[in-house]
Ligand binder design. Structure first.
Ligand code: AMP
Ligand code: MG
Length: 336
């Protein structure tokens, strides 16, 4: 895999050619890195599913260079969708809209809707603008693994599978976009992210959160967001997620559950607890979101027998963090 660290005209021509030839290019966004292909080519999009080993019924998000492009590929059906676009795009929001025929079924896993996102990251914008194709792109990680937020992490997974990665440094937000669908005139969060329920209520007045966000979903359940069905964001080491808003109770839970080789992944207030290795994941929700996926990968390098992860309050950005952590730990979760 070749790392492109500057978007010179020459490099832009290289990645444009790569996309034109139905190959994949990994690019940075403000949320996480995406592994992108021409969204109008079934052949190119199929390669994404292959290299990620992604389930074919888990639809992809289509990335566009600006708002004017949306109606080429999707139908904006009401004022609420329009307002969400006006307020949150470009930015870390994916809006599920009725799809137009031009989007191949492989992109949307045969659904009649398509997830549309316009990244605000300037490098993503320059890439999308220059190549001038809509780009289907899921997160740059093998399915079930933590999403890619750093070039080194991604290189380890896709080195021989993808020819080019555009380096944009560490992903600023670190968690994937908020996925929203307007259902019966109510914006409904199917996957929480940096744009929060509270942000959407400020603009629209109402916002619901899908009940599947914090729950294990049975494979036979019909869900609005098929991504919720899968094991996700997981390191190889076993994880246990613990939460209490009372620090003494949290410490008690940790003491009760820790093993001989336990890594504690949490905030500074836990650093004095005796354990195999303490890793500070940050002390604000923004820091935790930014650091989380890369630190989960780092945990695997210590060959511990357990990672105890400190949970956070399920509010604001905390809901997105807990949505990921509950899946990271395969629903191995205790709250006191
Ligand atoms: P990823 O590509 O890994 O960021 O995951 C994309 C997420 O968006 C998954 O949870 C998908 O289920 C969800 N998604 C994408 N397209 C749609 C759609 N048309 N309807 C509902 N959810 C979608
Ligand atoms: Mg993903």
């Amino acid at each position: 895999m070749q790392v492109i660290d500057k978007l010179t005209k020459e490099n832009l021509d290289i990645v444009k050619e790569e996309i034109k030839n139905n190959n994949l290019v990994i690019f940075p966004t403000e949320t996480v890195y995406g592994i992108g292909a021409n969204a109008l080519s079934s052949l190119a999009v199929s390669k994404i599913f292959e290299v990620k080993t992604r389930a074919r019924n888990n639809p992809l998000i289509v990335h566009l260079k600006d708002k004017k492009e949306i109606e080429k590929y999707a139908i904006i059906e009401n004022e609420i969708e329009k307002k969400l676009i006006d307020t949150f795009m470009p930015g870390p929001l994916t809006l599920i809209l009725k799809k137009k025929e031009i989007i191949p079924d492989v992109v949307t896993a045969n659904l009649d809707t398509v997830g549309i996102r316009i990244p605000s990251n300037p490098i993503a914008h320059e890439f999308l603008d220059y190549i001038d194709y809509p780009i289907a792109a899921p997160s740059a990680n093998i399915s079930s693994r933590p999403s890619g937020t750093k070039v080194e992490d991604i290189k380890m997974e896709f080195d021989n599978l993808v020819n080019y990665i555009i380096d944009g440094g560490e992903s600023k937000i670190g968690l994937e976009s908020t996925v929203v669908k307007v259902i019966n005139e109510v914006p409904t969060i199917l996957r929480p992210g940096y744009v929060t329920k509270e942000d959407i209520i400020k603009t629209i007045g109402v916002c619901e959160v899908s009940p599947h966000v914090l729950k294990e979903v049975d494979k036979n359940t019909k869900v609005e967001s098929p991504g919720m069905l899968y094991k996700h964001y997981a390191p190889k080491t076993k994880c246990l997620l613990l939460y209490s808003n009372n620090i003494d109770k949290l410490k008690e839970l940790i003491e009760k559950n820790k093993t001989e080789k336990t890594i504690i992944l949490g905030s500074k207030k836990l650093e004095k607890i005796s354990c195999y290795k303490f890793i500070n994941y940050g002390d604000t929700l923004e820091e935790i979101s930014h650091n989380l996926f890369s630190l989960l990968r780092k945990c695997d390098t210590y060959y511990a027998d357990l990672i105890i992860i400190e949970g956070v309050k399920k509010e604001g950005l905390g809901l997105a963090i807990m949505n990921r952590l509950i899946r990271t730990s395969s629903f191995n979760y205790q709250e006191l």
